[in-house]
Design a protein around this ligand. Sequence first.
Ligand code: GLA
Length: 399
Amino acid sequence: MIKRSVLTIVFVMLFSHGFSQDFTALAPTPPMGWNSWNRFGCDVDENMIMEMADAMAVNGMKDAGYEYIVIDDCWQVARDSAGNIVPDPERFPSGMKYLADYIHEKGLKFGIYSCAGSRTCQGKPGSRGYQFQDARQYAVWGVDYLKYDWCSNEGQNAEAAYKTMSDALKVCGRPIIFSICEWGESEPWKWAKNVGHLWRTTPDIRNIYEAEINWGGLGIVNIIDQQADLWRYAGPGHWNDPDMLEVGNPGLTEDENITHFSMWAMLSAPLMAGNDLRDMDKDVLEILTNPEVIALNQDPLGNQAIRFLDMGDHEIWVKLLENDELAVCFMNRSQDDWKLKYDWKRINIYHKGAINFSKQNYTIRDLWQHKQLGETEDILKSVIPSHGVLLVHLKMKDK
Ligand code: GLA
């Protein structure tokens, strides 16, 4: 009897250890995909979701690394008499398993949304009290990603509430990425590393360049400002999430889209597209699938960029990459062109060690023009448009 219970304990320990290892290994680099909210809000249905999967599979996004198709709020309408969550029968008549299978057949993964409160932000049933039942249901459907919101939280402790759902996912029998959407209220970067794979750091993003409107949402650069001090909390398996992309949605100019995408790449942010993938300009697709910019976002070291120089309207951000390479983003927040003349040798970069451009020469590559721009021993000259960036990749010359 004693022997058997010891064996059971050992078995459970081995099993749960193996499973939680799988859990932390699920997002070694920032997740990439698409989410319905920014463009469609509550107007979601299975045909539209399948069309997004169709588009992603063939338009170059899947080849560029995009993987998850996530339905945000409003897919769920009730609980049945056994407490099971019920998808909207009019909008999702074929059910969630059918949708998951369809998406998996395209070589993509399937994500869903719920909330730690008893109601979602749009008043649909949340999962408070049903966490383990819901997680098991997601596993049966074939869900690979859960975004978990914080409306109607009824004063719960955030860490405990998210840990409950995390525990439920860890034992549901299927690896599921856990995307914490608590808007940064209780500084999840300090406690969520082993709870989820990514955590929102701010209120919702808006498709505007600059506007500090807090609960009505934040502009792109206001969100960027709020990431500057968080670099130490990001790394493989656990990412700061400055919210989903607005690239391609009305409201941003082409330069602003480029800045938005460049900076999300620099910040090692999850790249969740939020536009209509079925109907996209060539320019927008080129931004979302730029392989050189995606490579720096997906760099295996998982370093989040630091704001190395803040000169008001002009900023310089640096992200350390593997093989002693680095990415540098010159960001122009002003209304005017930035006539850049940058002497690399005048100032060392001190971050996890020192980069001394007087001692070491680097080649410079422009990641939007896809061309070499000389070397760091020379002065870099460029005209950066209003609200635009110059994004470069540096490699040691003699390496
Ligand atoms: C919150 C989240 C958004 C979105 C909506 C859905 O506002 O922060 O990203 O999921 O809820 O209602």
